[in-house]
Write a protein that binds this ligand. Structure first.
Ligand SMILES: *Cc1c(COP(=O)(O)O)cnc(C)c1O
Length: 379
């Protein structure tokens, strides 16, 4: 069976974990954590980076940092992972779900303004498949209404909007290093703080509400409890793993892009009436996080998935619109979000990982062509 995802190791992971273990310091905020954080700060110009144990944790930190309180409203796309909403729900916020573009699962920026009320505190764009949202339009709206922008860049490492790195636009941005993402540490994530006025408090929330980070830098002579927070920081064992991945970021990205290009060259040429291939806006780059197809309806997608499965290929659908989830559906009072619902029903993701070999992709393409032949001829 060709799996949908396979974690790709660079070879140095266990060496660096050994190094961390032998150093005698395996709790958080040690050398590997700091190396990872400064790498991202330097490479992408992020003001301040803090590793977390997940992107979900980073989103929770963002919600705390923006002082989201009961009654506040936060605008997020409905077509996203549950964590995007969960972090704000835990603070008591009301989630205002926005629809996707017709042509792309990203939040339709032109529909955000009419969702804003006096209670709105933040907009949370999610860069689906690592493809940028319309950050110019979103930051302009946010400035006009004095709202926070929190980028959910979980899938968007090393991706750009008009040459500017994703994660550098939001007051706060969050990344994931879950094993399904482009660079990984099993579970893992990162909060990026671009708004300088939030950095000090972010460090405190990160370290259980204490100013321990300041203490370790010698900036204060004792540390104590001064704010809310939690234990959001990963151990050095996780950071050591991540460092091995970071060192090979370009390699990993090139391998993924090779897979993506092989899919897109072959499948676009098919020009099949059965599905659409991904479209990427001109302002966005492609970090090859994902390759997906969009079918006409749920039934044709299901038949495609089972056809691939019969040929030993695992393909998977993705999000169910959050406003239709069992948790939220009875609370939802907004409009129909027909594009989000269509992606819930019709989008399918093909196997995508750095170690997916050329001949395997060739085989997957061959099977898809066979599917096209047997289904188009039945018209
Ligand atoms: C993966 C993902 C998350 C959650 O990341 P974790 O590190 O698993 O918490 C959140 N949002 C989006 C868009 C994701 O793809």
């Amino acid at each position: 069976m060709i799996p949908f995802n396979k974690p790709c190791l660079t070879g140095k992971e266990t060496d660096y974990i050994n190094e961390a273990v032998n150093s005698g310091k395996i709790s958080g905020n040690g050398l590997f954590t700091q190396k990872c954080q400064s790498f991202f700060e330097k490479k992408y110009g992020f003001k301040k980076c803090l590793l977390t144990t997940s992107c979900t944790d980073a989103l929770e930190m963002a919600a705390i940092l923006c002082d989201i309180k009961p009654g506040d409203e936060v605008i997020i796309p409905s077509y996203t992972f549950v964590s995007t909403a969960l972090a704000f729900i835990r603070q008591g916020a009301k989630i205002i779900f926005a629809d996707s573009y017709e042509s792309h699962p990203n939040i339709d920026a032109s529909k955000i303004e009419k969702l804003i009320s006096k209670k709105t505190k933040a907009i949370v764009p999610v860069h689906y498949a690592g493809v940028s949202c319309d950050m110019e339009m979103i930051t302009t709206i946010a400035q006009k209404y004095n709202l926070y922008v929190i980028e959910d860049a979980a899938q968007a490492i090393d991706s750009f909007y008009k040459n500017r790195p994703l994660g550098s636009f939001g007051h706060l941005s969050t990344f994931s290093f879950h094993e399904t993402k482009n660079i990984i540490s099993g579970e893992g994530g990162m909060l990026v703080i671009n708004d300088k006025s939030l950095i000090k408090r972010a460090e405190i929330i990160w370290e259980k509400g204490t100013n321990r980070a300041e203490f370790f830098r010698g900036e204060v002579n004792k540390y104590g409890w001064i704010d809310t927070g939690s234990s959001f920081l990963p151990s050095e064992i996780i950071s050591a793993f991540l460092w091995a991945q970071i060192e090979k970021l370009d390699d990993l990205q090139n391998k993924r892009k090779r897979v993506y290009n092989q899919y897109s060259e072959a499948l676009e040429k098919c020009n099949s009436a059965l599905f659409h291939t991904p479209s990427i806006p001109e302002y966005a780059t492609n970090n090859a996080h994902m390759y997906y197809l969009i079918f006409k309806n749920q039934e044709s997608r299901a038949s495609f998935i089972s056809f691939l499965k019969k040929h030993q290929i695992l393909s998977v659908f993705h999000y169910i619109s959050l406003h239709k989830s069992p948790y939220y559906k009875d609370l939802y009072t907004g409009d129909e979000l027909s594009n989000s619902d269509r992606f819930s029903d019709c989008l399918v993701r093909l196997p995508m990982y750095a170690d997916l070999e050329e001949n395997e992709v060739e085989y997957i393409i061959k099977v898809i062509k066979k599917y096209i032949e047997s289904n188009e001829s039945s018209f």
